[in-house]
Design a protein around this ligand. Structure first.
Ligand SMILES: *Cc1c(COP(=O)(O)O)cnc(C)c1O
Ligand code: SF4
Length: 374
């Protein structure tokens, strides 16, 4: 597995004639997304498994790929490709697959607001994304055009938040919220900010990965008045760590956003300590703090991408001590059925002996802590 960070910008040769100004224009990238089997097969040589995946999944969960993200795609086995191009294995179902694994709809207080934890709310502002990640937990929404939030749904959600002052932290999610215009996003932030009990906003977006050109000065100026805004992004592999992506993270940090990464563990893509280390060191260099390493949710179509829960624990065990703590995220399993997130930690306690606790260090040596506070 190659775990290196690209040092140069790349463009698929088919886009060689596109003027730089268009290439850098996020609206051009959105308009020019590749969304059909015909268009994609003109650009990359599809395997039989991919063709059958596209045909089989077409209706239920289509694909879309920005020219930028498409340009990062390599031969079969490429981690970018595996996240963006459907595969016949997506048609495999297991008895424990769920359409809405986190029971977000059951915990919805309006059609676009989930209130699971006492002090946090999750607001879905769009079903649109630049790239439809094959491992998406919300494929039921992003695949359904009819799920686009209406003005009434927004109003009902603001009204709920106004009468529910326990909610102090609102996650603006989707879909990818940066699919909306600057004006619409600023309007949402301003409206949320007008509710005095809300302390913190979070913007959950994969645009720094799939369309870093979206992070424009105009966007930053539109959102800055509404700080504190935390950004949660979603880098999964060093192949996504391009100069453009790094610049987008730098611009966010310069504009006062606190940026964190939520990676999803994916089989054959990033399920080894070396890949996670290279990714996370790059993120930290760009002032993006690895926040969560998420176990892939059991959403239908992802069985082939899921790892064993032990894998995540082993990755953390290999990193803790050896790698800067800044580069180590928390490992999270989001409990199917809506139990919420639980964090898992490698067990370093070897044994208890009366008031003695014997732990092992990163090299396997044992050390004793006498647990006897006065
Ligand atoms: C993950 C999640 C949050 C945020 O959880 P944190 O652990 O605070 O990041 C809030 N609401 C819902 C429904 C979530 O799934
Ligand atoms: S950007 Fe997020 S919401 Fe959109 S497809 Fe990817 S994981 Fe799903």
């Amino acid at each position: 597995m190659s775990a290196t960070v690209p040092t140069e910008s790349v463009r698929h040769p088919a886009y060689g004639g596109v003027p730089q100004a268009s290439w850098d224009d996020w609206r051009w990238q959105m308009r020019s997304r590749v969304t059909s089997l015909g268009a994609l097969s003109d650009l990359i040589e599809l395997t039989d498994e991919e063709r059958r995946g596209i045909e089989g999944r077409g209706e239920a969960f289509g694909f879309a790929i920005t020219p930028y993200y498409l340009s990062l795609i390599g031969p079969p086995g490429c981690p970018v490709r595996a996240q963006a191009v459907p595969h016949v294995d997506e048609l495999v179902t297991t008895p424990w697959d769920l359409a809405d694994p986190l029971a977000e709809d059951a915990h919805a207080v309006t059609p676009i607001l989930t209130h699971r934890y006492p002090d946090r709310g999750l607001l879905y502002v769009t079903h649109n994304c630049p790239v439809y990640c094959r491992h998406c937990t919300r494929q039921r929404k992003v695949g359904d055009v009819a799920s686009a939030p209406s003005r009434e749904m927004f109003e009902a959600s603001y009204a709920y938040l106004e009468r529910t002052p326990e909610v102090k932290d609102v996650l603006i999610s989707g879909g990818d919220p940066l699919s909306l215009s600057d004006r619409k996003l600023a309007e949402i932030c301003a409206r949320l900010r007008s509710i005095p009990s809300i302390e913190v906003l979070r913007l959950c977006t994969r645009n720094p990965v799939t369309l870093p050109h979206r992070v424009t000065d105009a966007l930053l100026e539109a959102l800055r008045p509404h700080h504190p805004i935390f950004v949660h992004t979603h880098f999964n592999h060093p192949a996504e760590c391009t100069p453009e992506a790094g610049a987008a993270l730098d611009r966010l940090a310069d504009a006062g956003f606190n940026v964190g990464n939520q990676m999803v563990l994916l089989r054959g893509i990033n399920d080894d300590a070396e890949t996670v280390e290279v990714l996370n060191r790059w993120l930290v260099r760009h002032r993006c703090r690895p926040y969560y390493m998420l176990q892939c949710d059991p959403v239908g179509g992802t069985a082939h991408m899921r790892t064993s829960v032990d894998t995540g624990v082993e990755i953390l065990d290999a990193m803790r001590g050896r790698v800067s703590g800044l580069a180590i995220p928390q490992l999270v399993v989001d409990l199917p059925g809506g139990g919420g997130k639980v964090t898992l930690t490698p067990e370093r306690l070897v044994r208890r002996d009366g008031n003695k606790r014997v732990y092992r260090d990163m090299r396997g040596r044992e050390f004793t802590y006498v647990d006897e506070p006065l």
